[in-house]
Design a protein around this ligand. Structure first.
Ligand SMILES: *Cc1c(COP(=O)(O)O)cnc(C)c1O
Ligand SMILES: [Zn+2]
Length: 453
């Protein structure tokens, strides 16, 4: 059976009538104004058995047959079957390490602690997984003669890096709307280097989001934010891939940091679809981790999701999740309700210490993953996550994109965020003299031995 037998289309996430081709420029349901989602022909997908799908996915995984070596396009039939392979814009997404965090797990009494290293990718965050699908579809639209003058997004730093890179690879003009002085130097540099038009706006992410929506809707510029549900299709492959990496076993818990809440929605969609076509027979529980400075989902969770109130997000070291009015909150709440979901929050001190603690066991943690680890530690302490359960923490970006955060911690210069660095580590400046160097080394070794009980 070839790919032509598999169909996908946009439909209203809340169930209004209507089916729209994936090449339509449409982001909301024309009936209710709610978010769209990509629907797949599940019956057609079920004509292949779970065993056959697994064999196909395993055969393609990280090999060279274009474009299936990318772990997003390796699941093409379940992701975006209507893009022609010649139009795919891919940088070999996915295939990121599922790291057994043995030492960190031992410290908190969990044997089965794993970290999905989604930041080990082309632009250093999981955003690549969704952007390859969106930009490939735009590339196809352009190839078919549609007028798409540019692609644009608002960003807390990682979406714009991914959009700029994929657009540059395809030769499509890109425009990024960034909140001035609220992203890291690396995040600002990435779209600049890739030749995007970079607009540094004197507002926060929510302000950028409102502006980019207004301009895209009026000017026929293609909107690349996660309200565009093509991104969710790529991001949901995190679920496929981590289950594949466990030889098709489902973990008990997944802990994921959440800002705009597209990624947790994607994660849930991935598990639902694997279940629907028989690839898995159980579902994980999901814990969303938010910064206490930007915690509208946490607040809603504290009220049993009875209501959801957007808030004014406060500055947080976890800048990529400094979002007060998340676009995908309805999808996320729907997912959490059906996945036995919980929401936990982390203060600036907690996220910074958690990142540093994880780093001491060999990781190199971005602040958002720090939020996830801090939430994990609390949930284990409270007995919500049991010690014999298998837990996957989704690491969303590479720590190297956040050197200001990491240097600031180790130099104990994060007082403006109320953070003091209990686990800080600074270089020791010495004269180039062998005896001084030797004394310093042995004093340090002795001190360490006293420290490790
Ligand atoms: C985008 C992003 C998040 C948040 O994902 P959402 O889909 O907005 O919830 C978390 N961490 C990093 C590093 C990100 O770039
Ligand atoms: Zn609708």
């Amino acid at each position: 059976m070839d790919e032509a037998n598999y169909q996908a289309w946009f439909r209203c996430f809340k169930g209004c009538d209507g089916r729209f081709p994936l090449t339509d420029v449409i982001y909301e349901c024309p009936t209710c104004g709610g978010l769209l989602e990509v629907a797949h022909d599940i019956d057609a997908l079920k004509t292949r058995s779970a065993t056959e799908w697994r064999a196909l996915f395993d055969q393609r995984y990280m090999r060279t047959d274009w474009p299936y070596g990318s772990s997003v396009w390796g699941k093409k039939e379940l992701v975006c079957p209507t893009v022609e392979n010649d139009n795919v814009v891919s940088m070999f997404e996915g295939g990121s390490n599922l790291f057994w965090a043995e030492r960190l797990g031992q410290e908190i009494g969990i044997d089965g602690l794993w970290v999905k290293q989604c930041g080990n990718s082309h632009t250093g965050s999981f955003k690549d997984l969704g952007m390859t699908v969106l930009v490939s579809m735009v590339n196809q639209m352009i190839a078919q003669g549609q007028n798409v003058p540019a692609v644009a997004c608002a960003s807390t730093g990682d979406t714009s890096a991914a959009l700029a890179a994929y657009a540059a690879a395809a030769g499509i003009p890109s425009v990024v709307f960034l909140p001035k002085d609220k992203i890291s130097a690396a995040q600002l540099l990435q779209p600049l280097a890739n030749g995007a038009l970079v607009l540094s706006l004197e507002t926060d992410f929510d302000g950028c989001m409102a502006l980019v929506q207004e301009i895209c809707l009026k000017e026929n510029i293609y909107l690349a934010n996660s309200m565009n549900s093509l991104r969710v299709e790529g991001q949901k492959t995190i679920s496929f891939e981590l289950v594949q990496q466990f030889d098709w076993e489902v973990p008990d818990w997944i802990v994921i940091p959440g800002g705009n809440l597209g990624n947790v929605s994607a994660l849930a969609k991935g598990f639902r679809e694997m279940h629907a076509i028989g690839l898995i027979d159980k579902m994980p529980r999901i814990a969303v981790a938010q910064s206490a400075q930007a915690n509208p989902l946490y607040q809603s969770y504290m009220h049993n999701f009875d209501s959801f109130e957007p808030i004014q997000a406060q500055p947080t070291l976890a800048n990529a999740i400094q979002i007060g009015n998340p676009v995908s909150q309805e999808k996320a709440i729907d997912a959490l309700k059906s996945f036995g979901g919980v929401v936990e929050q982390a203060t600036e001190q907690e996220l910074a210490d958690a990142a540093a603690r994880a780093d001491r066991t060999g990781l190199f943690t971005c602040p958002h993953t720090g939020v996830a680890f801090a939430a994990l530690f609390k949930l284990v302490d409270r007995g919500v996550i049991k010690k014999d359960e298998r837990v996957v923490v989704i690491s969303t970006a590479h720590g190297l994109k956040f050197t200001e955060f990491k240097l600031g911690y180790h130099q104990d210069q994060l007082q403006n965020h109320g953070v003091s660095a209990a686990l800080g580590n600074e270089p020791i400046v010495l004269p180039p003299k062998a005896d001084v160097v030797r004394d310093t080394i042995f004093r340090a070794i002795e001190k360490k031995q006293q420290l490790t009980v």
